[in-house]
Write a new protein. Sequence first.
Lengths: 235, 402
Amino acid sequence: MTEVLVLTDVSKVHPGGVTALDSVSLRVRRGEMLAVVGPSGSGKSTMLHVMGTLDRPSSGDVEVDGRRIADLPDRALCALRARRIGFVFQQFHLTEGVTAQENVATALLYAGLPPALRRTRALEALDRVGLGHRAHHHPHQLSGGERQRVAIARAIAGDPAIVLADEPTGALDTANGQGVVELLRDLNRDGATIAVITHDRDLAASLPRRVELRDGRIVADVRAAEQTVRLGVAR
Amino acid sequence: MSDDLTRPVRLRPLDLLRLGAGGLRTRPLRAFLSALGIAVGIATMVVVVGIPASGRLALDRELSALGVNLLLAQAKFDERTQRLPPVPEEADAMVARIGPVTAAAAVANTSASIRRTDAVPPERGSGITVLAARPGLMPVIGAGVASGEFLTETSSALPVVVLGDKAATLLGITDVSRQRPVVWINDRWFTVTGVLAPAPLAPEVERAALVGWQAAKTWLGFTGHPTTVYVRAAESQVEQVRKVLAATVFAERPSSVVVSRPSDALAAKRITDTAFSGLFLGLAGVALLVGGVGVANTMVVSVLERRREIGLRRALGSTRGQVRGQFLTESALLCLGGGLAGVLLGTLGTVGYALSRGWPADIPPAALGLGVGGALLIGVLAGLYPAVRASLLTPTEALATP
């Protein structure tokens, strides 16, 4: 089985009747790197939440690493997130007052690693994002780009099945943003499966696969090597 | 389905402690201030328990130095005849024959009046009673002589007087070692030959002027009926002696003799001195309650401020239970710190107070244990609501916090 994430006819209707996702189906294979792109209000955030098991769909099936999340209670989803899903957020969400290494190590807490191993893995992850030398710096001593790299290290430290990056360049200037995208590409080349959720069409176009979302529907799913496949408008 | 991937881990206690401490470490001033409330409450509690305990310990030591084996048999004033009952003159000698009794001595109220000089008008009474006393009184009541000497068999027939320490102060005679002043009793001069040291077990003797048995008969119209017999008995037999004492003192009418144990009366009096401690314990409880509310408030604010952290942790795979545990631990640690500081402050306060009073410091270990345990309990209670609130946040809500 090579699919790490499968969405089948997933719909999400928010309380109040707003349909955020409308029969979305998506398969992400191990080792893929894709962009989920769309303007604001297109359902990107809901898509991220559903992909990351932070929210359950109103209907349809979500499978993460072979597990149907509809079958799992909240506790099991937490465990699954702790072990198989890494998140990168636009606002980094680093804890002030503790070092970069501790910020990364925290993520491994919920996967049940003993403290010494958490610290070693955290250091390894920081090395992979090129911040090994900054391990003992506090977030406020780091630049925005460096902070996002720490957040990426946190996401990959547990070796997840998939990394979900929500507007990872949104809070960064162009140069730093490009650096972060380069890092994500490098990680993907080394085998990580990465989904970048963004409104930035240029960024999306630079990735091997682009899933375009509009009004809660997938209107395009394009692989760089393949021909454009138009879906949404025809349907 | 539940496999290894979907089974949540159980956080190690040490990890939970580290999580809880992390929240406090990043906001040290706030943690300090809210722990201070708890510390004040616990410190008050320790002091309120510790000071009376120290006082009681001091009293116990004082009493055991004075002896708790002293009994007192007093003639009861007869309301009907307006007179004291005629207790036999040899009552103390009879009491001394009871097996476990080690010593007995009588005093008798002579109803004589004592004045500093004959120039003081009789209506200006000094408030000092004149007692006829047996020569063996001193060791029985456990008192000593501060100056001069006590009545002897010989001096008992002479016009001499020994003053109790309060009586001596009232008359302005505290030292008789260089010269022997005289005082006016009824209508003649008596020479003061001694001043007693304080006698805590016989306060009535402290306020009296003591004259010899024979002297009282000779010059003060004393009829020879004792009014009080002081009795020392073997400590283990005090209760047995107490039962037969009234009948021995006055076989004809035992009911007109009241038997008491002065050490009990003294203890009761001292304990009422510290009876207000209940009020202070209540105040300490209020302080603790206020401290607990402060901690709850801090925790609620903390949960509000840290919604994003909660969201992040949920995204990282923390279960609701683990979020709850984190905040509960934080609150419990906060109060535990306050409790430990409070116990320390309270101990210092108690020791300081005890030292200033010359008491031995005594803090019941239970008070320390309850202080720390109580603080911990308050921490858990205060943290319960905020922790549950934190755990009920959905990850998407929490992450969406601006």
